[in-house]
Design a protein around this ligand. Structure first.
Ligand code: FEO
Ligand code: CA
Ligand code: CA
Ligand code: CA
Length: 683
């Protein structure tokens, strides 16, 4: 197994994968993580902000700053976090604190629209188009008329696990979690259809009944957006040669959105689905002199050179146009006669209006093209630009922000605000300052002489533009969140097993970072549109030796964690942190003490941080939203049972049966969590 697979056990064709990746290093035989951390701390005065004082005390003689660079709100005397922490767990169940209740809602396969087909292992691809997709991820609750008991729950379905999706046909076969069955070089059409319909977004009305239980309601808003849904493309790349395909000769449309990881919510109350590890869904067999010959807009993102794409949709037996487009080879006489440009229609942020079920989703190209984890907005202020932050989740990629050209006007604001403005990439300087580098024609070396013809070219090649501008290479940026009290922006950096000692920098302070950390910054003058900022590190993941809490304190049994991913501030400024330890690392080696993936809650004001929830076997906790009154939260459990070994699958023994129990196939699902006394969750 490669180190790449250690980081991306479920994304086996993720953007930075290269053929010939080195074999997995033996972690136990190498320098331990704690040794590495101590070395760094002794050698450098890198840790800053809230962490500095306590860490400095641990390592006497190091010249650490004692000034927190990022504003933290005055702590309320009793703090924001009031529940009893739960211990780590390796059980196949969900555990929440004493005094809390948890209900399972809308698991994969729940019927929501059309003829409401009931969930069954034998469901067809057409059935799946009317059911909740697989692998629940980023999510938002849109209240109906401000209600805290009735609203539209909108969520992403990041990817699918073929073993579970096709359980009726795949039972008894020795298959890995991402593996599909290819017979005589062909994929069965209905399997391909079911996989595409298992992806995308669900919009579903949910209501709380008089008995306190939440249920899915049949409703005209209910909708599936899938890997096949027609989409408009807007912004500077619309209508350019980059997007010309057989399906859209004028380069204005495409079909579907894929690998939607986290999400965003616009100030005008629409939903954004981010396209993360889309590159692996494509292959391009173009060669020159018997060597792969991919254009930079494929190669820099990890489109597969030759071989089969992630799920081999291009091998569909009926050769339907919507399926074979995942072969991006130049097979036609021109771009309008093949799908060489289809990968350029992916890697964007997609806007969906959940209140307009017939509206066509729109890909907003000015937010850049990369492995978008999610999008988070700064507060919308009338008369000021709209600002949106987004991370590129691959090792050594960047954090970006978009600043609109036009000011926000609550009366007229729409997605058009995202079509004109400036995209920036972040540089984190060693002294705790930072700069936003404009990715715009003529700025930061982005000129035709340097290979960037115009704005559309810069946006299609966002990663290359950020390389040229000199942005800071980060440890896999995942979700961001903005503190409603202070305006500070927090981003999770989930891990980076490939960072070497020589590549360590103050913002990414650990080599071979297996536990990850959370960085934060305050924009100059508190203005989210500013081009400079001050940053520090909020927490370091780890065990009780390597981990550090918000005040630099060592982590304890109540809050050790690794691989932060999901991140959300509730309206009272509690910071919720969700973890995604990869499947091949869960409950093994250094990660054994962490147990199953979990969710913590922190108060940035006091530095208190406690474990709130542990999930079942093989999953990650991802996706969180709440009702306006703060008394109900929704949390997603993704890919339970994904750690099932091929032989155990063949033997009919998945390692998880959550949530249905018995001998059931595991299913991603939403948790509804509330207090028995009806109080605010977390308080
Ligand atoms: Fe899909 Fe970066 O997690
Ligand atoms: Ca994620
Ligand atoms: Ca994942
Ligand atoms: Ca992740």
């Amino acid at each position: 197994m490669s180190t790449y697979e250690l980081d991306y056990p479920d994304h086996t064709q993720s953007p930075d994968h290269q053929p010939g990746d080195e074999p997995r290093c033996n972690l136990s035989a190498n320098e331990t993580f704690h040794d590495v951390l101590e070395t760094r701390l002794k050698r450098r005065d890198v840790l800053v902000g809230g962490l500095a004082t306590a860490v400095g005390a641990l390592f006497a003689g190091t010249a650490l700053t004692t000034v927190a660079r990022v504003a933290t709100a005055q702590a309320a005397s009793d703090g924001l976090v009031g529940f009893q922490p739960v211990p780590v767990s390796s059980a196949d169940t969900v555990v929440v604190p004493k005094g809390y209740k948890v209900q399972v809602l809308a698991p994969w396969g729940t019927p929501i629209s059309g003829a409401m087909p009931a969930f069954a292992a034998s469901n067809s691809g057409a059935d799946q188009a009317h059911q909740m997709g697989m692998h629940h991820d980023g999510m938002h609750f849109f209240p109906i008329d401000g209600s805290s008991t009735d609203g539209l729950l909108v969520m992403n379905h990041e990817y699918v696990e073929p073993r579970f999706l096709h359980a009726a046909r795949y039972a008894g076969q020795e298959l890995k979690s991402d593996q599909v069955m290819v017979i005589d070089g062909k994929r069965a059409d209905d399997e391909v259809l079911k996989e595409m319909n298992g992806h995308g977004i669900s919009v579903v009305r949910v209501k709380r009944g008089t008995d306190g239980a939440w249920a899915v309601a049949s409703d005209p808003h209910n909708r599936r957006v899938t890997g096949l849904t027609p989409m408009e493309i807007s912004g500077p790349v619309r209508g350019t040669a980059h997007l010309v395909t057989k399906y859209s000769p004028d380069g204005t449309r495409t079909r579907g959105t894929l690998n939607n990881c986290a999400h965003g919510v616009t100030p005008w109350n629409t939903y954004l689905a981010a396209e993360e590890n889309w590159a692996g869904y494509f292959r391009n067999g173009d060669q020159q002199d018997q060597k792969p010959n991919l254009p930079r807009e494929h190669a820099r993102y990890g489109v597969k050179a030759g071989g089969m794409s992630r799920y081999g949709w291009e091998l569909a037996e009926g050769r339907a146009d919507a399926y074979i487009r995942f072969d991006a080879s130049s097979t036609g006489a021109s771009a309008a006669e093949d799908y060489r440009n289809e990968p350029n229609a992916f890697g964007w942020v997609v806007e969906i209006d959940p209140f307009a079920p017939n509206s066509m989703p729109v890909k907003r190209t000015h937010l850049g093209r990369f492995a978008h984890e999610g999008v988070v907005f700064g507060p919308a202020i009338a008369g000021k630009p709209v600002v949106a932050y987004s991370g590129d989740d691959a090792r050594f990629e960047y954090i970006y922000k978009f600043v609109s050209a036009l000011p926000y006007d609550p009366a007229t604001a729409s997605g058009a605000l995202l079509d004109e403005g400036t995209l920036y990439a972040a540089r984190f300087n060693a002294d705790g300052s930072g700069e936003w580098l404009a990715l715009a024609p003529g700025q930061n070396g982005l000129t035709p002489e340097n290979g960037f013809a115009d704005l559309a070219d810069i946006l299609v090649n966002t990663r290359l533009a950020a390389d040229k501008a000199g942005a800071t290479k980060m440890d896999r940026p995942e979700w961001g969140a903005v503190d409603p009290r202070t305006g500070a922006v927090y981003f999770t950096l989930t891990n980076n097993s490939r960072r070497t000692e020589d590549q360590v920098d103050p913002a990414n302070p650990r080599a071979k970072s297996q536990y990850g950390h959370i960085i934060r910054w305050s924009e100059a003058r508190g203005d989210h549109a500013a081009t400079s900022f001050q940053w520090d590190i909020f927490v370091l993941g780890g065990d009780e030796q390597a981990g550090r809490g918000p005040n630099g304190q060592k982590l304890t049994a109540d809050n050790i964690f690794a691989c932060p991913d999901g991140l959300w501030f509730d309206s009272e400024a509690r910071l919720w942190i969700q973890t995604d330890i990869g499947e091949s690392a869960q409950n093994k080696g250094d990660m054994a003490v962490m147990g199953n993936n979990q969710m913590l809650c922190a108060d940035p004001g006091t530095g208190e941080m406690r474990r709130f929830l542990t999930g079942p076997v093989g999953q990650e906790i991802t996706g969180i939203t709440g009702t306006p009154d703060g008394r109900t939260i929704f949390v997603n459990v993704q890919h339970p049972g994904a750690t099932t070994a091929p032989k155990d699958w063949a033997a009919g023994k998945p390692v998880s049966h959550w949530p249905d129990g018995g001998s059931a196939i595991p299913r991603s699902a939403t948790l509804v969590i509330f207090r028995e006394d009806g109080g605010v969750v977390g308080s």
